[in-house]
Design a protein around this ligand. Sequence first.
Ligand code: PLP
Length: 440
Amino acid sequence: MSTDTTNTGAPRARYRAMHARHLDQVLADRAGFDEAERRRSAAVAAVFPFRTNQYVVDELIDWSAVPEDPMYRLVFPQPGMLSPADLERMEQLIAEGADDTRVRMAANEIRWRLNPHPSGQTDENAPALDGVTLPGLQHKYAETMLVFPKQGQTCHAYCAYCFRWPQFIGEPELKIATDDVAAMTAYLAAHPEITSVLITGGDALIMNTAVLRRYIEPLLSIDSVESVRLGTKALSYWPYRVLSDPDSDDLLRLFAQVVTAGKQLALMAHYSHPVELSTDASRQAVARVNSTGAVIRAQAPLIRGVNDNAMAWAQMWRDLTRLSVVPYYMFVERDTGPQGYFAVPLARCWEIFRDAYAEVSGLARTVRGPVMSAHPGKVCVDGVTEIAGEKVFALRMLQARNPDLVGRPFFANYDPDAIWLTDLKPALGQATLLPGMEVS
Ligand SMILES: *Cc1c(COP(=O)(O)O)cnc(C)c1O
């Protein structure tokens, strides 16, 4: 951990990002990887974004357990994220010392095959005002609008499976972002049905407080906005963001200001594994946010090799509940990027959810899942059951493009290998999964 001792004499952690160019050194020093192993990691990092920091490396990863360690698998490139053919091709280019252009062209060819923007992300969710499309905003569900601030499109560390990975590869045509605060407020004024604004990315807390304030303050005078949400993994990957960064105190004042304005400030915190709550800094960070009147809600996808066991979830939900953080969603890994490597079948997701849910008190059962954030909306796998001798998945829409579908139960044929909504077939002699729902 890099610290300095200016001013007060108390150690203060300073953020230092680690990129692909640091990968070789870290893997040699910390993991003891040989050259071939390091080249495989570099090959994957040439296709998918890699970024971490000293806190993750020193405090969250147990290097004696690498490569099985869950936090290592969450953050560092894994050879299995590429198909054997793609891995070999990228390794070959690196071994040859190919120039950046050739590496980038090969990487892009692979990326375009990996469904970079699933669920109609770039086109179907983009709103328009007076016939002009507003990039960097998404309005998929009537009551919620997403804002992707231009300055917020990175994170303190990247998750290997990240479903927003195209935001981070430096290809502008794949990026969703805006810095047009006036367009955001004009759209909200024209759409009083929007009660919740979710600032996301990337990570909303990667922005310094002055920039974040430019997006948040105009929302405070819009009466129809009831809540401001900030999508973030900072509490896990860089808890010092709310403890001791140069503008941490100002950030907490901004949170309190939202609460004073009569709106909920919700930190939609991404917590993947209980080890993220094991450090003093992580727990102090939660306490500090709570002291402002903001609410922290916890969500994460279920990822193979990271958190695909009920014990990890039960422990995490308990630890969160102790800290007054509200468990919110357990997601299913999305149909993009290295999904083939990280996905857990829906049937198994549900077993893990159920087993963990059974272990926690009612206070933690605010969590819903496993949830697919799919093209028609958020689909919850309520369970596996039998109806009239037929084994089926029971499902329900928690959110929908078409508001008529919210809360509607439906059934699909049981399939132990299904990993996404598009794998499911109607059950019980029905023609469609749910009338009015367009799956793809
Ligand atoms: C999850 C999500 C939301 C928020 O949905 P809630 O159920 O209100 O948490 C909004 N927009 C998109 C695109 C989402 O995926």
